[in-house]
Design a protein around this ligand. Structure first.
Ligand SMILES: CC(=O)[C@@H](O)[C@H](O)COP(=O)(O)O
Ligand SMILES: NCC(=O)COP(=O)(O)O
Length: 245
């Protein structure tokens, strides 16, 4: 069954708006786990506009499910990850100024840069995932630089799902099948929501994990965090039960 990792970036955004410690990011992460999250994801950005490096240091020893740190692998990010040894690091090719992640890796152009970084993390016992679009050659490139998994960048799925429904999952299904066939694990994330998650899971095979933040934390304003985490888990189960493969 696909695991749900809750991205708590947006909890930190709210906390940072007032400069104190409300809401408490650590407590929220632990509560997400208590409510059924199977992982916690954070994406510290260079300007620390939401998750701060200090949050990562606080979360790392406290998270008892899978801790996943996402980000662009500059030297300070690499050191942060190696210092905190999460179960998984997800490398994302974000420029420092982006509003949010907006592209996957070009694993061919950046192969020489990625290969030694991936090797460093793997030598430290950290699983490495690369954020990537639905392009077979780039997925093959992820395997070539030594990645353990890919994270399919699902923004286009979310946008297209609004008009096309489950048909929007087709390129992702092909990519997931290909990644699996060459030995890569498959994660997915970005703009997944209660509206589109079951269709994604039903039509895309081999998905080990989804990481969801923006929509989930927004839903929690209406539904409460416990109900929301459980609602996302139920959508994953619903998707699995609708699978034809
Ligand atoms: C890689 C990815 O899709 C997520 O980490 C997303 O970028 C969340 O980051 P923000 O919360 O900064 O938008
Ligand atoms: N890796 C994707 C993630 O962590 C959350 O993305 P989003 O749900 O905030 O778009």
């Amino acid at each position: 069954m696909t695991h749900l990792s809750v991205n708590v970036n947006k909890v930190a955004t709210l906390r940072n708006a007032r400069g104190g410690n409300v809401p408490n990011v650590l407590q929220t992460a632990l509560d997400c786990e208590r409510f059924g999250a199977q992982g916690i994801t954070v994406h510290p950005r260079p300007d620390e506009r939401h998750i701060r490096y200090a949050d990562v240091r606080e979360l790392a020893p406290a998270v008892t499910t899978e801790f996943n740190i996402e980000g662009y692998p500059n030297e300070s990010f690499i050191n942060l990850v190696l210092e905190n040894k999460p179960a998984q690091v997800t490398l994302v090719p974000d420029g420092p100024d982006v509003l949010t992640s907006n592209a996957g890796w070009d694993t061919i152009t950046h192969a020489d840069m990625l290969r030694p970084i991936v090797a460093r993390f793997k030598a430290a016992g950290i699983r490495v995932s690369l954020f990537i679009e639905t392009d077979t050659e780039l997925i093959r490139g992820a395997a070539d630089v030594g990645a353990d998994r890919i994270e399919l960048y699902t923004e286009a799925f979310a946008v297209n799902h609004a008009t096309m429904g489950a048909e929007a999952a087709k390129p992702y299904a092909e990519s997931a099948r290909f990644a699996h066939s060459i030995g890569l694990g498959v994660n997915a994330g970005h703009d997944l929501s209660l509206e589109n998650l079951a269709d994604f899971i039903a039509h895309v095979p081999h998905v080990d994990e989804v990481s969801i933040g923006h929509a989930l934390i927004s839903d929690a304003l209406y539904l409460g965090l416990e109900n929301t985490v459980q609602a996302y888990r139920r959508q994953i189960e619903l998707g699995w039960h609708r699978r034809e493969h």
